[in-house]
Design a protein around this ligand. Sequence first.
Ligand SMILES: [Zn+2]
Length: 215
Amino acid sequence: MLPVYSVTHAPGLYRVLNPHQGRWATRYHGFEQGEPVFAGAQEAYVYSGNNPAMCADPSGQPTAAEAEFVQLPPGTFRDGYYSYSPRSSQWGTQALVSCLTTTGALWFRAVIASHRNRVFVGVGDMSLKEGGAPPGHVSHKTGKDVDLRPLRCDYRSGPTDIDKKNYSRELTQLLVNLLRTACSIKMILFDDTEVVGVTQDKRYPHRNHLHVRIK
Ligand SMILES: [Zn+2]
């Protein structure tokens, strides 16, 4: 049986709770040695590449370089977001997962708690567990990309696009602002150029999602 380790989940920090067995999950010669489990029941993997020298820090504090791909925790009510992609396509760098959980927390405070508007941020494809893109993507290989749904004005969480009547430029602008507050953004591709802080890439349509890449 594979060993299971517990780590706490907080933005930018993953701590081994059982330091005596504490080794970060590694892939070594293709063999998966550890399977951390986030506090609570949420499963997640933390990869440290295939260098065995990188795997064990018995005191439990990994450097950013050691803890690479992490799975987005399933969004619960207070997280402010929901997933609309398979969990298998929701892996990214620790920085990206922190970006999304922090943005979700800010969203919860700004919209759901303050205005009783129960509209949540839809999080779509990120990367696959060991890197690489989910089907249908040109990028999304490095764990730094995520697709997010634009927001709707009808108090519902779900798909929309910029031509639909239920598309909310105002809420989508708020999402962009929160992303730029919480994350180190490289670019946000989106076709509603009235939204400040996004760019349009005419080669690829982004009418029903924002493509976010962090640095
Ligand atoms: Zn994308």
